[in-house]
Design a protein around this ligand. Structure first.
Ligand code: FAD
Length: 464
């Protein structure tokens, strides 16, 4: 059951549905092998438990299901060499001191004059930068070797159905969509809050799309307060503003539309994974749940389209870091392993069309007032990354943080990297690189699952 005309171009991207599917067929095996088989990309380091939700008291929204738990790697010997604190500690190197903000700025201004980290691979040096770079779209989780961090195997903690739902997850999604206070989303009009057939209690009031419109009206309030207060104030005023009239999505500019599509596409991709790897509580078996797919995705073509859109966007970003990866040092003690990892990523990047054939970021932020718009866009996305600390299920928080970081990294690459002159490109942390490729892998997996769900629907309904 095809949801889209294959030749149709995915709106706001440059490629058709069928082109993206063909590209997915080509890159999926590379992605699988990178994310499943290399130590570097199959592991992640993050603050999973140590950060409190900065926006509300999250005690009530915690998920107690076994499926929500994450197995962290607590013993040093279980952590692959390339990720061990001992190895990360070495990255600082004898001559590469951590640059202060001023030094970093100076270096950005005179990148070729050496100084900091001379003769030391830059990607190793900047591992220590736990401060937010001005050009970051995410709040980085502190990844210093000395800082508290949790190591996880992404392979051993797959993204799947956890049973997390109800008021807790609703509140998080609503807060996330409130950051998109620019506009009303596309015509996903059926998606006002409904009671969930999957056991999640519905959150009274209004759907997150409605709240996004409401939050549009809160922009002035938000601007006059600190960004961190945005969510708090929106939450406090949510019900009061819910009755505001919708703002026409068609009137909004490309950048605001893209912001919404990224968020909605991430949400839709998460829904796809949980429907694909769903626990049948009667039989105890894990497997695809067709009615979950139908009710959360198939009945909302816009959501599915947003997954394709995100696939195009992230793929473009991965294609754009080819040179960066080529120069990147993976910094393990095993040069042969590092070379294998690098070659795998380069093979993947080479399979992606170069230039803006699938997604053209150069058409964004072109208006004279785009400096402020870009700042707004970036700050909103940073807030989305902060909201991830409010997710009350450890497994969902792990994958939510990873994917938010993956999108944030892609946005940084798209809007801050210069393919012609990389000397002023902002650094990429190892966690950003890992998040970027794993997020592409998640989207790749979603596209395949959607195709298979479509075939299952066709079989069920007797459509050839
Ligand atoms: P929800 O998915 O919670 O959606 C809430 C409302 O948002 C809907 O009623 C609709 O109005 C709107 N909406 C839904 N999808 C879209 C879309 N794509 N675009 C625009 N609007 C939309 N659960 C798991 O089982 N496994 C996980 O790994 C997992 N990860 C999560 C990660 C995060 C960051 C969060 C916040 C939640 C996660 N969850 C996970 C929970 C899951 O996303 C749902 O919230 C939960 O299954 C309850 O679903 P629901 O039917 O109430 O609708």
């Amino acid at each position: 059951v095809a949801q889209f005309e294959p030749a149709a171009i995915v709106s706001d991207a440059c490629a058709s549905y069928s082109t993206l599917e063909q590209l997915n067929d080509a890159i999926h095996p590379y992605l699988q092998s990178i994310t499943q088989k290399t130590d570097f990309f199959s592991h992640y380091r993050l603050s999973l438990y140590s950060k409190k939700c900065p926006f509300w008291d999250d005690e009530n929204g915690m998920c107690g299901n076994v499926a929500c738990a994450v197995n962290t790697l607590d013993n040093e010997e279980d952590i692959p060499l390339v990720w061990r604190a001992k190895e990360l500690g070495k990255l600082e190197g004898p001559t590469a001191q951590h640059p202060g903000k001023k030094q970093q700025r100076e270096q950005k201004a005179r990148p070729l004059q050496g100084g900091l980290g001379m003769n030391v691979d830059e990607s190793c040096v900047v591992e220590y930068d736990d401060e937010c770079d001005d050009r970051d779209y995410c709040i980085p989780d502190d990844e210093r070797a000395s800082a508290k961090g949790d190591y996880v195997s992404l392979v051993d903690n797959p993204e799947r159905f956890t049973g997390y739902g109800g008021v807790g997850s609703q509140q998080v999604w609503e807060a996330i969509y409130r950051e998109n206070c620019f506009s009303k989303p596309p015509k996903d009009s059926k998606s006002t809050v409904q009671s969930s057939p999957f056991g999640a209690a519905s959150f009274g009031g209004f759907g997150n799309e409605g709240q996004m419109q409401a939050a549009h009206q809160l922009r002035d309030v938000m601007k006059s307060q600190g960004l961190r207060d945005n969510v708090k104030s929106a939450i406090a005023q949510g019900t009061a503003t819910a009755r505001l009239d919708p703002v026409e999505f068609d009137d909004t500019c490309l950048e605001k539309r893209v912001f919404h599509r990224v968020i909605s596409g991430m949400h839709a991709s998460i829904s796809t994974h949980l429907c694909w790897d769903y626990l049948d509580q009667k039989t105890g078996q894990w497997g695809p749940n067709l009615s979950c797919y139908e009710q959360r995705l198939h009945n909302f073509p816009e959501r599915v389209s947003n997954i394709y859109f995100n696939f195009a966007l992230i793929m473009r970003a991965v294609g754009k870091i080819r040179q960066h990866v080529s120069d990147y040092s993976f910094c393990s003690e095993d040069p042969a392993q590092d070379l294998r990892t690098k070659n795998s990523v380069l093979r993947l990047a080479s399979a992606i069309p170069s230039g803006p054939d699938i997604f053209d970021e150069t058409v964004m932020f072109q208006d004279p007032d785009s400096v402020a718009l870009k700042e707004d866009f970036r700050n909103r996305f940073r807030n989305v990354s902060r909201i991830m600390d409010c997710v009350g299920c450890d497994k969902c928080r792990l994958w939510g943080k990873l994917q938010t970081s993956g999108y944030g990294t892609a946005l940084k690459v798209l809007f801050e990297f210069d393919e012609q002159d990389s000397s002023r490109d902002p650094p990429l942390r190892r966690t950003e690189l890992v998040a970027l490729l794993n997020t592409l892998d998640r989207l790749s997996h979603s596209l395949r699952a959607i195709k298979q769900f479509g075939a299952m629907l066709g079989e069920r309904d007797g459509v050839a």
